[in-house]
Design a protein around this ligand. Structure first.
Ligand code: PLP
Length: 368
């Protein structure tokens, strides 16, 4: 059997009859940049996340930048960020000229540890970024009391967590501002690059909208600095169709996770991901921790099973951040995760046969 880490073709085949005419419609109207398909998607996406404003942008990375840029972050400002995340979380800060300040994650949730975040606050701190890693919301209540107390921005990087819930509330409007990614492999993926920024703050929403489109509301009148971070019409059309299926796909991901749990629970060597009591996890990734991770990954690969590593090198040990002076040993939970993590195949269409095959191979590996 050959099992890919992610199967985008299967998903496309299931919705081809809806997607193709929607794309054709954008072409027929030559509405290639922003336009109706994007604004329709923006209002549906905002509704789905119970948040007032949503702006479609050119990528999740650009959304991370816009989220902090809208607050005027600049050189000398510090932004507190978990060390275990994708690098693009940090680009949000660096693109503003600000400095990322890394903290360790909690050993159970794998999300930012609020107590450790608070220890890093000083007079230059402007924001804390809560990444809802792998699809599980960070612990927002303690983070919110810390950022309220110190008068800081609480940004959410929700690139991996569309429709996830914290204590029964959809993420996307809990903090000050939230960024999403629609990279094709994300839970909601475009047919190219895409992202969004959501917020309940009217003033910040207006800034995001203007920065996204050359600092203007009226064409050729530029009131503030800007960039070209606009979403393409075809992406808006694709995302609008896919959004209608997202709840069903999320349920399917959760079902896959449940089957993995059931079949792997008796293997002592496999540490399963914990779904925290406050979280509705949307399982962008199903990440286990195992000893001999590289050996298991090779073994699975030899048996036709593709897996992933999220992430093999924590941000504080990336070469591009050498100048910040972090060293190995600074963040034990993050470093242990980097050494032992293995992401099993995870997509809504993963079949029972495929899950059974994967789990049998893992059992066999640890028996020998
Ligand atoms: C994917 C991802 C991003 C970046 O999104 P792009 O759309 O690829 O630019 C940012 N943060 C996290 C946590 C991500 O997983």
């Amino acid at each position: 059997m050959k099992i890919p880490f992610l199967d985008l073709k299967k998903q496309y085949d299931s919705i081809k009859s809806e997607i193709d005419p929607a794309i054709q419609n954008v072409i027929d109207n030559t509405a290639f940049i922003l336009g109706k398909s994007v604004s329709d998607f923006e209002s549906e996406f905002a509704k789905a996340h119970n948040v007032k404003h949503c702006y479609g942008v050119s990528s999740g990375t650009d959304a991370n930048h816009l989220a902090l840029w809208a607050y005027g972050l600049k050189q000398g400002d510090e932004v507190i960020i978990p060390a275990n995340t994708f690098i693009a979380t940090a680009w949000g800060a660096t693109l503003c000229g600000a400095t990322p300040v890394f903290v360790d994650c909690d050993e159970r949730s794998y999300n930012i540890d609020p107590k450790k975040a608070e220890e890093k606050i000083n007079k230059n701190t402007k924001a804390v970024v809560a990444v809802h890693l792998y699809g599980q919301p960070a612990d927002m209540d303690p983070l919110k009391s810390i950022t309220d107390k110190h008068n800081l921005i609480l940004a959410e990087d929700a690139a991996q967590s569309h429709l996830a819930e914290y204590k029964g509330t959809k993420i996307g409007g809990i903090g000050s501002v939230t960024s999403f990614s629609f990279y094709p492999g994300k839970n909601l993926g475009a047919f190219g690059e895409g992202g969004a920024v959501t917020t309940n703050d009217d003033d910040i929403a207006m800034k995001v909208k203007m920065h996204r489109d050359h600092g203007s509301v009226k064409k050729y009148y530029h009131e503030i600095y800007g960039h070209n971070y606009r979403m393409e019409g075809i992406q808006g059309a694709v995302l609008g169709i896919k959004l209608k299926h997202l709840e069903k796909w999320t349920d399917a991901r959760r079902a896959v996770a449940g089957k993995y749990r059931e079949q792997l629970k008796d293997i002592d060597a496999v540490l399963l991901p914990e779904e925290m009591s406050y979280a509705k996890h949307v399982y962008h990734l199903f990440v286990v921790q195992v000893p001999d991770r590289d050996k298991l990954q090779n073994y699975l690969n030899e048996n036709g099973i593709s897996t992933g590593l999220h992430y093999p090198v924590p941000l504080h040990l990336q070469k591009c951040f050498d100048h910040l002076g972090y060293k190995k040993g600074d963040f034990p939970n993050t470093e242990k995760l980097a050494d032992n993590c293995l992401s099993l195949p995870m997509f809504p269409e993963l079949s029972d046969d495929q899950i059974g095959y994967i789990c049998d191979k893992i059992k066999l590996f640890f028996k020998s």
